[in-house]
Write a protein that binds this ligand. Structure first.
Ligand code: ADP
Ligand code: MG
Length: 703
């Protein structure tokens, strides 16, 4: 293997890893940094200077010219501003390369150009970035040069969170504190930390870049706003896990190398269900680093795609009629001394701590199903949830046959005396090994499925940050742990109290368990009977952030203040309106400036043929009929665009952000679908030579 391909050497090459810190920092400094990274606290200015110097030297040795505080504003993507290491020239006109502790720890930026939902108007325009010592600094290498990126949190002057990272770090603190109480109560006295671990599987589409550049809708909105279905979709199931074509393989190979250099454990890659759709998954790590790494994965996919004359589409629904893209957020809780709180072991019925943790999670998910659903909503995901390809907007839990049976025993009798064991799979071929069937089995339709030793939250959208869902998971479970620990710490008989809590929680919250087919329409009725919330769209879920229940939860654990929640809601409503507004502008422009002119040329051509026929004394029936059809559809299309513009004007003029967002959803978006309907009908009868944009067939099958 060539040096370039030696993964062991390559891995983490561009990361200021623990190993590099150990090598380059004095022992006491290294220990102080590690201690703060694990247990919190603040670096002294002197220590920060030493760390900054070591970091700078390493970065410069590796070609870095600039540093950047890398953060995650509420746009859901990342932000960076580069500062070179150079200083003011001395008298001789020479510069040195400098990077001080204070520049490492804190940055200042104008927060007014990032979404803040009113926080900046009430308080200050200035925003601050603060070094997140728990996520390693890394070097970003591309045509810009080499930039030292320092993961940071982004806050206002008064410390209000303006980003996705700050609440995530707060929620990790909460789950750590409450999780520790639980494991200590159950006898794990040596544990010093409980962390949420996350592995996020990322789906995406790849299309040819040249074709992409001919589609204004893909350029401006990330999805196709019009486009008739290709003759073939995904009905043959031949793409999922299919042989990876070389053009895509070459892309994946480069993505892996880039990610490995950045310390991202790219592990799994495969073709997904829809044509041109693929998936990548890293190995799980702490929720915070996993969230940063997911951003790096998305950015790397986009960047490397361009090098291969491809474009990576991360939108949740780039194409109508084939599967959209999501992100499976695999989540578990682990102690620093190697215990996974979600590991049921061989006999879950005897694993009291596991059953207790499970009962707490059932309570948390049932009580805050609305928040969990909200955390997985974004504008694009509205096209996906409940559309027979992804879980519906109803939160339920899948636990598998074995655990469900244990719960049933507990609820009915208060004891779980036995558990179903793994069966073996009979293949009928003697040369094949015996396979044990996973007793948790898999229910691919469940939004929140227990898969062995973790929960897989499958609702998250492909373009969205995984920050929000993990904030919610950590916080709701922290609350549940806290309430249970309060009882246990006071209990006279620990074993009895544990037993009572398990039985009580499981009985009260068993309605959240659903093992059946989540895609079935009957489930919607059944869920309603059970009283489970069904928040169909993103907008239906926004206000869940500020119910009394939510405010109490978030304030109790210091995750969000009421002001922060209000601001986030406002950002969500505004983002919704802005997104649909861009989509509407785009479809109008495409119809008026591309589709209608193309159809006029096409009609001219047909009319000429008809006229030529008449002159020759032949009645040409086909062109006549076609001309009439095209002309009727073009009129309908024009009318529908006019109507869309009317609704768009009304929405634009509405001042209240919430009201405006609903107008965009109920009027503008609905009318866009009508426009699309006529455009797609026209596409089906228009000479391909006249159709001005690449078709679904071109985009999905020509990569
Ligand atoms: P699937 O069969 O659904 O693809 P995998 O077992 O391949 O599931 O895991 C998918 C993701 O879950 C990977 O990112 C993996 O690292 C992560 N994962 C595995 N175990 C855990 C765990 N205990 N906690 C969190 N994530 C995990
Ligand atoms: Mg999975």
């Amino acid at each position: 293997m060539s040096e370039k391909n030696n993964i062991v050497e390559l891995f983490g090459k561009n990361v200021f890893t623990v190993g590099k810190m150990k090598e380059r920092l004095p022992k006491e400094v290294f220990e102080e940094v590690m201690n703060i990274a694990s247990f919190g606290g603040e670096l002294s200015r002197e220590t920060a200077d030493i760390v900054a110097k070591a970091m700078k030297e390493w970065a410069i040795e590796n070609g870095a010219t600039h540093y950047s505080h890398w953060f995650q504003p509420l746009t859901g993507t990342t932000a960076e501003k580069h500062d070179s290491f150079i200083t003011h020239p001395n008298e001789d006109g020479n510069i040195i390369m400098e990077f001080k502790g204070k520049e490492l720890i804190k940055g200042e930026s104008d927060a007014s150009s990032f979404p803040s939902g009113g926080l900046r108007a009430t308080f200050e325009a200035r925003g601050y970035t603060a070094w997140d010592i728990t996520s390693p600094a890394f070097l970003k290498e591309d045509a810009t040069g080499t930039i030292l990126c320092i993961p940071t949190a982004f806050c206002s002057y008064k410390g209000e969170a303006l980003d996705k990272k700050t609440p995530l770090l707060r929620s990790m603190q909460a789950i750590n504190e409450q999780g520790l109480r639980i494991v200590k109560l159950f006898g794990n006295k040596d544990a010093k930390k409980v962390v949420a671990s996350v592995g996020a599987e990322q789906e995406y589409f790849l299309v040819d870049r040249e074709l992409y550049l001919k589609r204004p809708d893909l350029i401006y909105t990330g999805r196709t706003l019009i486009g008739a279905a290709a003759p073939k979709g995904q009905e043959m199931d031949d793409h999922y896990y299919g042989c990876i074509r070389e053009r895509i393989g070459a892309f994946m190979k480069d993505v892996n190398v880039e990610l490995w250099k950045l310390g991202v454990t790219a592990k799994t890659q495969h073709n997904e269900a829809a044509p041109a759709q693929h998936e990548i998954a890293p190995i799980y790590e702490t929720a915070n680093v996993a969230t940063d790494h997911n951003q790096i994965i998305m950015e790397t996919l986009r960047k490397v795609a361009e090098r291969h004359d491809l474009t990576c589409l991360l939108h949740e629904k780039p194409f109508m009629g084939v599967n959209g893209s999501g992100k499976h957020n695999n989540w578990s809780l682990n102690t620093d001394n190697g215990m996974n709180l979600l590991d049921p072991g061989e006999s879950p019925n005897e694993n009291i701590q596991f059953l207790f943790v499970l009962a707490c999670i059932m309570k948390a998910v049932d009580k805050h199903a609305d928040l969990l659903r909200q955390s997985a909503s974004d504008v694009g995901n509205d096209h996906r949830l409940g559309a027979d390809e992804a879980p519906p907007a109803i939160i339920s839990m899948f636990l598998g046959e074995q655990i469900e049976d244990v719960i049933k025993q507990l609820v009915e009798t208060g004891e779980a005396t036995h558990c179903k064991s793994s069966a073996t799979l009979e293949t009928g071929v003697s040369s094949l090994p015996e396979l044990l069937i996973d007793p948790t089995d898999r229910n691919r339709t469940s939004p929140f499925a227990f898969t062995g030793n973790k929960f897989e939250f499958r609702m998250v959208g492909s373009a969205d940050s995984i920050g929000d869902p993990n904030v919610i998971l950590n916080t709701i479970v922290a609350e549940s742990f806290c309430e249970a620990a309060d009882r246990l710490e006071k209990a006279e008989n620990f074993d009895e109290e544990v037993h009572d809590i398990i039985k009580e929680y499981m009985t009260e919250h068993q309605r959240i368990i659903f093992n059946g087919n989540n895609y079935a329409p009957e489930w919607v009725d059944e869920a309603e009977r059970r009283g489970l919330p069904n928040l169909r769209t993103m907008l239906d879920a926004v206000d869940t952030l500020t119910t009394d229940k939510s405010i109490a939860l978030f304030e109790k654990f210091g995750i969000f203040t009421k002001a922060e929640l209000e601001s986030r809601k406002d950002v969500l409503y505004e983002t919704y309106s802005k997104t649909i507004n861009i989509e509407a502008n785009c479809i109008i422009e495409m119809i008026r400036r591309q589709i209608i002119p193309a159809e006029i040329s096409y009609m001219k051509e047909i009319a000429k043929t008809v006229k030529n026929g008449e002159e020759a004394g032949i009645e040409l029936k086909t062109p006549r009929v076609l001309l009439r059809k095209v002309s009727i559809l073009v009129d309908e299309l024009t009318d529908s665009v006019d109507r869309l513009e009317g609704y768009l004007d009304e929405a634009r003029m509405t001042k209240n952000h919430k009201e405006q967002a609903f107008l965009y959803r109920d009027n503008v978006k609905a009318k866009m679908e009508q426009v699309r309907f006529y455009a797609d009908d026209l596409e089906k009868i228009t000479d391909k030579a006249y159709w001005p944009i690449p078709t679904y067939g071109d985009l999905l099958f020509e990569v």
